[in-house]
Structure formats: C-alpha cells, structure tokens
Ligand binder design. Structure first.
Ligand SMILES: C[S@@+](CC[C@H](N)C(=O)[O-])C[C@H]1O[C@@H](n2cnc3c(N)ncnc32)[C@H](O)[C@@H]1O
Length: 382
C-alpha cells in the first residue's frame, strides 16, 4: 500500500467500544494461551497478520503493543520462558504504519531475550506461505502458533487460513467485516473475492435469502463450517443501531484452546454490543452474556446428556460442559443447587457438593431447578 488510505487514517484516529472488546478478547485469550502452550517446550509463535501502527491517536494500544505488554507483565512469565521461547511476528504492509509500529515497540522497553520481536513490512500471506513451503520441504510442523487476522476489508483466503490451521497446533482469530461481505454478495464483480474468502462457491446461495437475520446466520454457518478447525466460536460485534458490523471467529483444534477462548469471551462480553455464539447453534443463538442467567439451559443440557446416569464431575460432567458454550464455573452452582434441592444425588456424600472431591452424581433425566442460582454464584468465581 503506497498511498495513505482514508480508511487507514480514520481507523487510527478513533478507538471505539468494539475495538476495545476485540482487544480485550485477544489479550485475555493470550494470557491463558501462553502458559498452556508453554507445556509443549520449544517455541511459540504469535503471528499478527495485520499488525497496524501499534497505537491509536487516542493513545489506546493496538494489537501488537497489547500483546507485548501482556507478555512483559505476565505473572507466569519466568515459568513460561523457562520452557519456551516466544517469537512475535508482526506483518504490516504499509511502510509508514510499520515504521510507527517499530517506534511504539521500542517504547514498550526491554523484553526478556527469549521474547523475539520481528516487524515485517510485507504481505503476511506471501511471507507465511513461503515459510510454510520451507517447512513442508523439510517435513517439519509449524511450532504452536496463534494467528490474529484483522484486515480492514474481507480480502482473505480460506485456503490460506486453513493451511495455517493444518500446519501444526495453530489457532486463528479472524475478524471478518460482515457488513462489507453482505454488501458484496449481490455484486457480480465481487465473486472472485468471495470465492477466495469462503473457499467455496457455496456462498452464492446467500443471494437467495432476503431476510437479513437468516442471511447472516447462513453466512456464519458457511464460514465456520469452511474453517479447518474442530472448535469454532464467534463473537458478533454490532453497531449502535444493532446492525452486525463484524464477526470475530476463533478456530482451534484444541479443547483447551476452546476453554480459554470461552473464558476470554465471557470476560469481555458485558459490553452489551457484543454477543458470542458457537458453531453448532447459529439459529438457537446461544448467547454468551454475563448479564443473563443460564442455569435452566445448563440443567437441561446435563439432563439430556447425562440424565439417568451416575457420573463423576471431572471425567463425565466437564467434557460435556467443555463442548458447550458454558464454562465449568457456570455448572458448579447449578449442580450445587440440584444437590441441595434433591434432584441431583451425591452418591457418596448425600446433600454435599465439594468440587475438589470430584463427586459421583446421579443426574435426573428431567433436570430442572426449583429456583435459580444467584448471579453472584454464577459469575463470582474465576
Ligand atoms: C484493522 S488494521 C489492524 C489493526 C491491528 N490488528 C490492531 O488491532 O491494532 C489493518 C492493518 O493491516 C494492514 N494490512 C493490510 N493488508 C495487509 C497485508 N496483506 N499484509 C500485512 N498487513 C496488511 C493495514 O495496513 C492496516 O494497518
């Protein structure tokens, strides 16, 4: 990009609530991802494919600075770096943005020598494709990697993203400007770009859907199904009048990664304009919102999946919860209340529910609660 675009200028001038949610999710996620992945020893890669300038005119940090500060101040940094070296690769095509980014990075101060910082003022897709080709040639996998893909528009390649996701233990957080995608769908000249974005010609059926919400659901369903990731979550970012502006898709093949993302989403959501969903349930719209009470849905889920059985909390209940949009901390108060009310039976210690004892529980088929747990029970735990 040689000349300054007005989009670029406008983007860096402002810092809105949705950008803040996006950054909160990224930072919260990485704070859990770095320690988990450090158990693999060796190297971790953080790939920021659209790194930007590093700081908005408002003073708010951009993604690279956020990530470096997150790492610099991480309370487990010594333990993490004992096991892994972390290489952060920031790709920024615009030379002047890249120069500003380098200045901002210098202001972060000295980082531990096992944290490598590399700014590439080049196209991320070309650079990473070449790196993947080289790894392929020597038959080596990419080290555990997290790729943040955050363009202005929607010129993305599903094939490339899936190549990354399949290259090793890779996760992606992809920001898709849905508003622009929706505007492009009926326009014939945009077909090639959309073929590349979705990695299929199947997006053409969106043209037949008149209803806005149904079209959006179909978009999410198609995009998430195309991602080569076992677990896909997404967060919908809406403008002031409720219109969908963009969607952040998280793709991972690791259940641990998915759990950390759920934690990050729940922590970042109280904003009100952001809502999160997961792949299996676009229509039902399981809304991950910290301001709602989900106990009834959780009880129904447990009844459906485990009803009529005697199960262990850790071995049987947790996998069901992990594969759902809920977190383990959301399930504890529901089970506790179930035990107190007598609908759930603690086989070894009737009437008691102590998490650390990994209780054996009999879950009823029709599991419902006589009263709801308090909000503080649901969200007070970490
Ligand atoms: C939305 S901004 C990135 C914001 C940044 N991720 C943040 O959260 O602070 C998009 C950036 O991507 C850069 N960019 C666009 N196409 C690119 C490409 N193919 N490779 C690398 N950078 C690119 C643009 O110059 C712009 O600075």
């Amino acid at each position: 990009m040689g000349r300054r675009s007005s989009t670029d200028e406008a983007y860096w001038k402002d810092y809105d609530g949705l950008q803040a949610v996006k950054h909160r999710i990224l930072a919260k996620y990485l704070s859990g991802w770095f320690p988990i992945l450090s158990t693999f020893k060796g190297q971790l890669l953080y790939l920021d494919c659209h790194a930007g300038r590093g700081r908005h005119v408002t003073g708010d940090p951009g993604s690279p600075i956020l990530v470096l500060e997150q790492l610099r101040d991480h309370r487990l940094l010594p333990q993490i770096l004992d096991r892994v070296a972390i290489a952060c690769h920031f790709f920024e095509l615009d030379q002047s943005n890249a120069a500003r980014l380098r200045e901002e990075i210098a202001k972060v101060g000295a980082l531990h020598p096992r944290i490598g910082v590399h700014v590439h003022s080049t196209d991320y897709e070309a650079a990473l494709s070449q790196a993947l080709d080289e790894l392929d040639e020597i038959g080596t996998e990419l080290p555990p990697s997290f790729a943040f893909i955050d363009p202005y528009g929607f010129k993305l390649s599903m094939n490339f993203m899936n190549r990354l996701l399949s290259a090793g233990r890779t996760e992606t957080l992809i920001n898709v400007m849905y508003r622009y995608v929706d505007m492009a769908v009926p326009r014939a000249p945009m077909a090639t770009i959309l073929d590349k974005l979705f990695g299929t010609r199947g997006w053409r059926r969106l043209r037949q859907i008149d209803d806005k919400q149904a079209r959006f659901t179909a978009f999410v369903r198609l995009f998430s199904a195309q991602l080569a990731a076992e677990h896909v979550s997404w967060i919908v970012m809406r403008g002031d009048s409720g219109e969908v502006k963009y969607v952040l898709f998280h793709g991972t093949n690791s259940l641990a990664g998915r759990r950390v993302m759920k934690q990050a989403i729940w922590a970042a959501l109280p904003d009100g304009n952001a809502t999160a969903y997961e792949r299996d349930r676009p229509e039902q719209g399981v809304l991950l919102s910290a301001t709602q009470n989900h106990d009834r849905d959780i009880a129904t889920l447990l009844g459906k999946r485990l009803g009529g059985k005697t199960v262990r909390l850790f071995e049987d209940v947790y996998p069901v919860v992990d594969a759902s949009p809920y977190r383990r901390v959301h399930v504890h108060p529901v089970l506790r209340l179930g035990v107190q009310q007598g609908s759930v039976r603690n086989v070894d210690h009737p009437g008691k529910f102590v998490i650390s004892k990994n209780p054996r529980l009999q879950i009823p088929v029709e599991f419902s609660l006589a009263k709801e747990p308090k909000q503080s029970d649901l969200f007070g735990e970490s």
